[in-house]
Ligand binder design. Structure first.
Ligand code: ATP
Length: 336
């Protein structure tokens, strides 16, 4: 096996129901070694549920999850040991100093007693905390408290690091610093980053997965995402499918991809709609066009919500979040 290409997170057809509500509906994806994978979706899309399920803090209703080769349900201890997790509400104890707290986390993660100090110092250094070891966490700024949250997630050097909306509630300067830090962490760890902020995945991630209403609706590279953002789309089906190059060569067309078996999504520059040309060519060349419909409305709607959210984040967003504390308290209990 090519170790650089190793699959570290393998999620297969995972669903999670809350009563009748499908918070996650049969989602499948993989993350490979060395990737920073963005998990992007509007509020309530199912991001936190996904993060809790893949970190073993919430049982899936169906499906299988493998972390670094360990089945999460069959061998939870090994699987969880390969993960560092920063939940939406950082599990930091404000009455402890940074050093006391990180020592406690080192013990929780079963790091040998004689290696705890060096593990603590290494994670502090990586997260820019070397100068504040003796400060009480409660007296640090929100940005520094978030650094402490990142330090506890990496203290045991896990191959996989999972961060749930790590920049929510920070000011713009702190946001920039935390994003930079996450990019740095991405050099030593493979990272899954959940966010509802489109520019956040554009600046930090290699690949993106978009989730909406519990379903994955897009999986692409950042370059692919940029193309999707700039394009309008139509979906077509022909009885006699022409060669892809012919479709790609129609003026205005940015790309052609298979939407589902037999259905092709044509991405195009919004100011250069190729529909008329396409219909004309189909008749001339007997491609037998049997379906033509406008592109995925849901994806466009989601983009609209994602694009507006960075600037419209209001106090009410944060108030909604604090209601979820009971949920994240469960998430904070790491060793079970
Ligand atoms: P946010 O950005 O607001 O954190 P999210 O994408 O993380 O949103 P989730 O918190 O995963 O979304 O929620 C997905 C769906 O599941 C939502 O409709 C939510 O209301 C519902 N949900 C989440 N937790 C529970 C729960 N404990 N009981 C019932 N429904 C829940």
């Amino acid at each position: 096996m090519d170790m650089d290409n190793e699959i570290l997170v393998d999620v297969k057809e995972v669903s999670r129901y809350y009563g009748q509500l499908a918070a996650l509906e049969s989602i499948s994806f993989t993350m490979r070694k060395g990737e920073v994978l963005g998990f992007l979706g509007p509020n309530g899309a199912g991001k936190t549920t996904t993060m809790q399920v893949i970190t073993g803090n919430l049982a899936p209703t169906a499906g299988a999850i493998t972390i670094a080769g360990h089945d999460l349900l069959e061998d939870p201890r090994a699987a969880k040991g390969a993960i560092g997790y920063l939940p939406e509400q950082p599990p930091v104890y404000k009455e402890l100093t940074v050093d006391e707290y990180l020592d406690y986390c080192a013990a929780l993660n079963c790091i040998d007693r004689d290696k705890r100090t060096s593990a603590r110092n290494a994670s502090k250094e990586k997260c820019g905390l070397t100068e504040v070891g003796r400060r009480l966490i409660g007296n640090l700024s929100k940005g520094f408290q978030q650094r402490v949250g990142l330090a506890q997630a990496i203290i045991h050097m896990p191959p996989v690091v999972i961060l749930d909306e790590p920049t929510v509630g920070l000011d713009p300067i702190q946001i920039r610093e935390i994003r930079k830090l996450i990019r740095e962490l991405g050099k030593d760890h493979s990272v899954i980053l959940s966010t509802h902020i489109l520019p956040e995945v554009q600046t930090i991630c290699d690949r993106v997965q978009i989730i909406n209403k519990g379903q994955l609706i897009l999986s692409d590279t950042i370059d692919g995402l940029q193309k999707q953002l700039k394009s309008a789309s139509i979906t077509v089906a022909f009885l006699n499918m022409p060669h892809l190059d012919i479709l790609n060569d129609i003026p205005g067309v940015n790309g052609v991809e298979e939407a589902s078996p037999g259905y092709w999504r044509i991405l195009f520059k919004p100011e250069q709609d190729p529909t008329d040309t396409l219909v004309k060519l189909s008749v001339e060349n007997k491609w037998a066009l049997r379906e033509l419909r406008p592109g995925r409305v849901s994806l466009e709607e989601v983009f609209l919500q994602l694009t507006t959210s960075e600037h419209t984040e209001t106090k009410t967003d944060k108030e909604i979040k604090t209601k979820k504390e009971t949920k994240t308290e469960i998430a904070a209990g790491k060793d079970n």
